[in-house]
Design a protein around this ligand. Sequence first.
Ligand SMILES: C=C(O[C@@H]1C=C(C(=O)O)C=C[C@H]1O)C(=O)O
Length: 165
Amino acid sequence: MDARATTPAPAGPPASEAPHATPGGNGTVVSRRAALTGLGGAAALAAVAACAPAERTSAEPPNPNQVPPTLSGDPGRTIHEQRALIDQLDGQISDLLAQRAIASHNVQVAREQAGGPRLDPAREQQVIARYRDRLGPAGEQIARAILDADRGAGPSGAPAATPPR
Ligand SMILES: C=C(O[C@@H]1C=C(C(=O)O)C=C[C@H]1O)C(=O)O
């Protein structure tokens, strides 16, 4: 059985990381929770849910990490259709990355303001491992690129300045 199907979703950040909105330095204020569950993410999840196969042969709940094969793997789709899908997915990915950059920035600033280090290498390894588990070696590359982009991302990291829609 797929362990992910039975593993409950994380209950949210521990109390020590409660969602206090933190100024981003450019007027951007986003709580950790809002950033992680912003409309872009909800829209992405809704899109995935809407495209899930109508009938299920298993009683197991859908895995939100799994792109529905009807969307992603149908070779009968034309190149034009596939490209439209790619453009749509790239838009969602970009929106999510922009939200992630803001959330990451907020955590980094909060930790720094509390007198701690801006970065947390152990946590970064957890992030990398999650991407690697899901996507293999390419996932590790992607995670490292995201972490690089989000380290110190803020007002000057232009994409982070765009609030979630
Ligand atoms: C956002 C955090 O701060 C930094 C940024 C991280 C990230 O973008 O995922 C991870 C660890 C930290 O280096 C965090 O500790 O959660």
